[in-house]
Design a protein around this ligand. Structure first.
Ligand code: HEC
Ligand code: HEC
Length: 356
């Protein structure tokens, strides 16, 4: 059987799959072969690289994804039933937190950083602005136990999940376990988050040669400028190279009165890592405002003003930005037009990812 036929059959088997991948194209790459009726396949466009996460030890199933989705939207993971993952990762904000420059967690506690969007997680080599977690199957432990986020203990969270009969049944079905446990919660959340692939923007359609899609003249000029000035860090097609860099933001005290060392929080003995943050993706910027690790900028236009005029000579400033990025007003407009082609409205509106 050819791989495109296999993919077609798999897609037919799953309605959600259809919603995620609008069409079953030859150049989509199936990742997870079907083992059972409810096994799901992940596919992604041919212009994407091979993912880092591969479901090898966490076979993707419809039930596993649904369990993860349910947990993601459920406040019982927090200490006092008030905060869910989705409180700070809103579907309508491409799973970032809109309008809040800093995440508000349990009892209204203010964190120190801007909530990150969640999509294309399979390609992440690390998580958080400082890369403080290196695996999606352990990453959620941090928000669940963080005093400013969900303020819980893992024991309490597992206990709360086990008190719900529907969850116990789901854990039996998905992991063949009589009880929910931390490992299962992490794996189910990983299935949900990794299934969320955003690859349907105008840019992607053009990369895939879909008929009827082409850049306007402004967008095309913007794309050239992007390749010249931005692509070295915000590398296509994920629009990040996952590296840690200092892009010259002024060093301002955070909500706790400290200057955020970024990567330096993790590798604090290495002063060469200070003030570097993980390069964020530029996909779905229409939805993820505000911007930067502390949400200091409201609009993409203001971000471009930063690169044009306000890059600060701070320790470890990336050498590429030593003189800022010179852009005329017209070039700035062209760049904004190009960045707009990276928005994936279907992904953000996809009901399959929203509250069950
Ligand atoms: C109180 C707000 C809040 C809650 C609740 C919360 N998060 Fe987050 N999330 C954040 C913030 C802020 C960051 C960035 C943290 C940092 O860099 O230090 C983040 C980062 C992440 C990332 C990393 C994304 C990337 O590109 O590296 C993932 C994945 C994630 N959260 C998943 C979850 C899950 C799963 C839950 C529920 C178990 C959850 N979050 C609950 C605020 C929150
Ligand atoms: C030297 C690497 C580098 C270059 C070149 C660069 N950036 Fe960035 N960019 C970063 C880093 C690092 C951040 C995050 C900084 C932080 O929050 O502390 C960032 C943040 C951003 C953000 C905010 C995104 C968000 O979700 O918060 C936008 C938008 C952006 N850059 C656009 C651009 C554009 C457009 C260009 C080219 C004109 C460009 N960048 C060039 C490294 C770079």
């Amino acid at each position: 059987m050819t791989s495109s036929r296999l993919l077609k059959i798999l897609c037919t088997a799953s309605v959600t799959c259809f919603m995620v991948i609008s069409s079953c194209r030859k150049d989509t790459v199936p990742l997870v072969p079907p083992g059972q009726d409810t096994a799901w396949t992940i596919s992604y466009p041919g212009h994407f690289p091979t993912p880092v996460y591969n479901f090898e030890n966490n076979p993707l199933t419809k039930e596993g994804f649904e369990l993860g989705r349910k947990l993601f939207f459920d406040r019982i993971l927090s200490a006092n039933n008030t905060v869910s993952c989705s409180s700070c990762h809103l579907p309508e904000a491409a799973f970032a937190q809109r309008g809040h420059d800093l995440s508000h967690g349990i009892r209204g506690n203010l964190g120190i950083r801007n909530s990150q969007p969640i999509f294309n997680m399979m390609w992440n080599t690390s998580f958080f602005w400082d890369g403080g977690s290196n695996h999606i199957e352990v990453q959620p432990i941090n928000p669940i136990t963080h005093p400013d986020e969900m303020g819980n203990t893992l024991e309490q969270a597992v206990k709360a999940v086990n008190e719900v009969a529907a969850y116990r049944e789901a854990f039996k079905k998905v992991f063949n376990k009589d009880q929910a446990d931390t490992e299962g919660i992490m794996k189910a959340l990983a299935q949900y988050m990794c299934f969320m692939i955003s690859a349907g923007s105008k840019y992607d359609k053009i990369q895939q040669g879909v008929a009827g899609y082409q850049f306007s003249q402004n967008e095309e000029r913007g794309y050239m400028l992007f390749k010249q000035h931005c692509n070295s860090c915000h590398t296509e097609p994920l629009f990040t190279d996952h590296s840690f860099r200092n892009n010259g933001l002024a060093l301002l005290p955070n909500t706790k009165g400290a200057i955020d060392l970024g990567r330096g929080v993790i590798t604090h003995l290495d002063s060469a890592s200070y003030y570097k943050f993980r390069v964020p993706t530029l996909r779905n910027l229409k939805y993820t405002s505000p911007f930067m690790h502390d949400g200091r900028y409201e609009t993409v236009s203001v971000v471009l003003e930063h690169y044009r005029k306000h890059v600060q000579q701070t320790p470890n400033l990336d050498p590429q930005l030593a003189h800022g990025i010179p852009l005329s007003d017209r070039e700035k407009d062209d760049l904004l037009s190009f960045l707009n082609t990276l928005n994936d409205d279907n992904f953000v509106a996809n009901p399959a990812f929203r509250m069950p």
